[in-house]
Design a protein around this ligand. Structure first.
Ligand code: PMP
Length: 429
């Protein structure tokens, strides 16, 4: 007879859907190879973290007993009224219009624990097992995990240096319709600015076309575009693009998500979203069931730095710092990789990532010689095949996501030198 401690724990079927996710592999590799220079970690630069700004904001939030008590109490499920109203003004600034002409009210603004929570809530609220989400290839791998976690099917739409290809999106929906599966399509997911992992920014005309396509194929029910604008404010050069959301005149087909993680602090975990009016209750009910509101105190911190202008000042510094690091990585790519045949990379105009494509013969996965060689040389990257949704056998295998977020400029050069050595040695082995 076994003791209770020797008996197995029976997991839910749902929990098996989140086994072997890319993010778990990545975290594990980071733990196993602590001495490597990491071009893999998607973390923000520790040098940019706003310690003094946050201290000043906290002092302000806690300046009187009354304001302190308010901030330290539970908030509400959709989040602090003060921050939501502050965010309407902030978002109107981003959209270059007045708060009135946004055509939404504060109830449509929902505050979450990072934008990741909202991405996950959207999946849970909209997708039943077998429902379909169309995503770009490659795409943000944590979101691919969210989709897997609710049992959704994914259809990958090819993406180039302008982002997801609208003609391919339209064609995919046509095919789905011809297979009588249109009723299962709920979402189109797009990282609209400086994509994680590909670094590309969706062109303005494609933004408009994607909204048009979502509307065109909304027959019996609405097909929603989930616009993930996590990197919107990390623009270093190039054109400023209006959001995908701005092309949805009726404010009915696009869910918009953004975060303060990349531009201020991921530790504060404040993200927000704007959702169509008739989706607010379902999202809030789901969130209520999970946590009945994200950290109220942290929302007050963000409201304070937005109102004082400290956020905007900090953002300008963060942008300048990352621009230098982006330039350092591109210069190093040119220096160490340009003589390697069949190697190409995207020149991002913002964000934190350079997406590199190797010759097809050079596979980059965790279990391939290139990865071991890179680790031997003391450098790590994210294998590109982790950044796709759908069946593993259909994914390209010779790409890498290289992040310039964490390392300082001189170490970015060193890491790229090591990586190029690993590529050369693997190729000639
Ligand atoms: N979307 C994208 C594309 C991201 O890269 C990230 C962070 N890696 C997020 C959303 C979520 O970030 P957070 O939860 O910190 O807001």
């Amino acid at each position: 007879m076994k003791t209770p401690a020797e008996l197995p724990i029976l997991m839910s079927q749902r929990s098996t859907l989140t086994k072997d996710l890319a993010i778990s592999f990545l975290m594990q590799q980071g733990v196993e190879n602590p001495d490597c220079l990491s071009l893999a970690a998607g973390l923000v630069d520790p040098e940019t973290l706003p310690v003094e700004e946050t201290l000043r904001a906290a002092q302000q939030v806690l300046a009187t007993r009354e304001s302190g008590i308010r901030a330290l109490q539970y908030g509400t499920t959709p989040g602090s009224a003060q921050l939501r109203s502050e965010l309407l003004t902030y978002f109107a600034d981003l959209e270059k219009c007045s708060t009135e002409s946004l055509g939404i009210d504060a109830s449509q603004m929902i505050l979450t624990t990072g934008s990741q929570q909202l991405l996950s809530l959207v999946c849970e609220t909209l997708l039943d097992p077998g429902d379909i989400c169309l995503v770009a290839g490659p795409t943000y791998f944590v979101f691919a995990g969210n989709l897997a976690g609710v049992g959704a099917r994914t259809v990958t739409i090819p993406s180039d240096d302008q982002g997801m290809d609208p003609a391919a999106l339209d064609h995919a929906l046509e095919q789905i319709a011809s297979m009588k599966e249109l009723h299962r399509v709920k979402l189109i997911y797009a990282v609209s600015y400086y994509d994680n992992p590909s670094g590309v920014c969706l062109s303005t005309s494609r933004r408009e076309q994607i909204v048009e396509i979502a509307k065109k194929w909304s027959r019996e029910h609405r097909i929603l575009v989930l616009e993930d604008a996590a990197y919107r404010e990390l623009r270093y050069d190039g054109e400023e693009h209006p959001s995908v959301w701005s092309f949805d005149q009726e404010r009915a087909n696009v869910i918009y998500t953004q975060t303060f993680s990349k531009t201020f602090s991921p530790g504060i975990r404040v993200g927000f979203g704007i959702v169509p009016k008739d989706l607010v209750t379902a999202i809030c009910e789901r969130k209520g069931n999970e946590d009945f509101g994200s950290a109220h105190f942290n929302q007050k911190l963000i409201a304070t730095v937005l109102r004082s202008g400290e956020y905007q000042g900090h953002l300008a510094k963060v942008r300048d710092g990352y621009r230098l690091k982006r330039d350092a990585m591109l210069a190093a790519a040119q220096k160490y990789f340009s003589d390697l045949p069949g190697v190409s990379w995207v020149h991002p105009k913002g964000g934190l990532y350079v997406w590199m494509t190797l010759p097809e013969s050079l596979e980059s996965g965790f279990d391939r010689p290139l990865f071991s060689q890179a680790v031997k040389h003391g450098v790590m990257y994210v294998p590109g095949e982790l950044c796709y949704a759908g069946p593993v056998e259909d994914r390209p295998r010779s790409q890498m996501r290289l992040s310039y977020g964490v390392l300082p400029v001189d170490l970015i050069d060193e890491a790229m030198r090591r990586l190029a050595d690993a590529v050369r040695e693997t190729q000639s082995a």
